[in-house]
Design a protein around this ligand. Structure first.
Ligand SMILES: C=CC1=C(C)c2cc3[nH]c(cc4nc(cc5[nH]c(cc1n2)c(C)c5CCC(=O)O)C(CCC(=O)O)=C4C)c(C)c3C=C
Ligand SMILES: [Fe+2]
Ligand SMILES: [Fe+2]
Length: 376
């Protein structure tokens, strides 16, 4: 059956609101089979690899999934935390902290988290929320900069899930927040705190964003522009001297041209030009992950130092910094404004439904249930 059956008793239930933090996804374990499973799902997404199936499939299954999982598993092993993959650990902690903050403010909202690839699976999380009576669901993809390969593909999953529902819940999602004042302030606080503990500033502040194929910009993806927007606002917030900020793109995948300048070659070039110390931040990631902890803090560090640099300082992602949790709380509140449990005007435990209506629904549902049982 295309549409799931909808128990009639739900009609009489009071409305409930849920927030879902969404991130990319990560392997279950730092071993080759788990990484292969994860990469197979990720790299089969046509939003991520825009190459015709007929050409991409033999490359993915014949070469990439035979070679990359073992190499990537070793990298994952080098950054794995006691509780799991850093990306999952930080995303869960952010969801827990957001839930606590909303509860402390008297809001009656469920906060959970899901991944686009791997577990917890987004469609399964949405099934669970609906089954537990959530009539209003807000999605918060945690990518500050909109990108078809990240934000849009997560929204696609939610849209496909909606297409299977007879009784659809209210659904909203956060598209991007590249210029959000709270997010920029949280990044600036992270950098200032780092400078304070170091007692000095690097000669350059390198802002490294995840890369994308260069054609995505030509085809109209706003990702590149949004990365520069974030970088400009952060530069302004920190009142950096002209020429101090450097924007780069990391994590190139495959041989095609990606957005430039590339992070590691830029660091090597800076060292060659006599720059001895750099601070590096990855503003496009709000949770530390393999791309920041291994690729930047290990590989890029090594390349910069090998090229003559003497001080490489990696500034951790926002993770569970209080300024970021404040910003995330504000973003969440904007998404659920006016919804049940949000404590904002228009909201209420019985929004859109009077007590009389609810009683009638309950009576109809009871009659339906009785006639269903009688007919069996
Ligand atoms: C922050 C935004 C991201 C964009 C844009 C993005 C595009 C993109 N990524 C790949 C290929 C890989 N990315 C990998 C890891 C990874 N990517 C992001 C975020 C963005 N990706 C995150 C948060 C992570 C970390 C996941 C984790 O488990 O920690 C990987 C896997 C790691 C590896 O094997 O190197 C690949 C592969 C492409 C092709 C792409 C756009 C076309
Ligand atoms: Fe990626
Ligand atoms: Fe990488």
């Amino acid at each position: 059956m295309r549409f799931a059956p909808e128990p009639a008793y739900r009609h009489g239930q009071p409305p409930r609101t849920a927030l879902v933090l969404i991130n990319l996804g990560t392997p279950d374990a730092p071993d080759t089979p788990s990484v292969r499973r994860y990469l197979a799902e990720f790299l089969s997404d046509p939003r991520v690899i825009e190459i015709p199936r007929l050409i991409w499939w033999p490359v993915l299954h014949g070469i990439i999934l035979r070679v990359r999982p073992r190499k990537s598993a070793a990298k994952y092993a080098s950054i794995w935390m006691e509780e799991g993959s850093p990306l999952a650990v930080w995303t869960k902690r952010q969801a827990d902290a957001l839930g606590e903050r909303l509860t402390a403010q008297g809001q009656d909202v469920t906060v959970t988290w899901a991944m686009r690839y791997g577990k917890p699976n987004l469609a399964t999380v949405l099934d669970g929320l609906k089954a537990s009576g959530h009539s209003h669901i807000a999605l918060l993809p945690l990518y500050p900069q909109y990108c078809a390969a990240t934000t849009a593909t997560a929204v696609d999953v939610a849209a496909a899930w909606l297409s299977r529902q007879r009784h659809q819940p209210h659904l909203r999602w956060l598209r991007d927040y590249a210029g959000d004042a709270g997010y920029i302030a949280a990044l600036a606080a992270r950098v200032r705190a780092h400078w304070a503990t170091q007692g000095a500033r690097g000669e350059r502040l390198v802002m490294s964003f995840h890369g994308m194929p260069a054609f995505s910009l030509d085809k109209g993806d706003p990702y590149h522009c949004q990365c520069y927007k974030t970088a400009r606002l952060l530069e302004q917030a920190l009142e950096l001297a002209p020429g101090t900020a450097v924007v780069t793109f990391q994590s190139r995948f495959g041989r095609a041209k990606w957005l430039q300048p590339y992070t590691e070659p830029t660091l090597v070039k800076l060292a060659g030009q006599g720059v001895r110390s750099v601070d590096v931040i990855c503003p496009g990631f709000v949770a530390d992950c393999i791309e920041t902890l291994e690729e930047i803090n290990m590989e890029a560090r090594e390349a910069f130092l090998a090229a003559g640099g003497t001080h490489f300082a990696y500034i951790p992602c926002l993770n569970d910094s209080p300024e970021w949790l404040d910003a995330l709380t504000a973003l969440a509140q904007q998404q659920i404004a006016g919804w049940p449990g949000s404590g904002t005007p228009g909201a209420g435990p019985v929004a859109g439904e009077s007590a009389v209506q609810r009683e009638r629904h309950a009576a109809v549902a009871a009659a339906l249930a009785a006639s269903n049982t009688a007919g069996r």
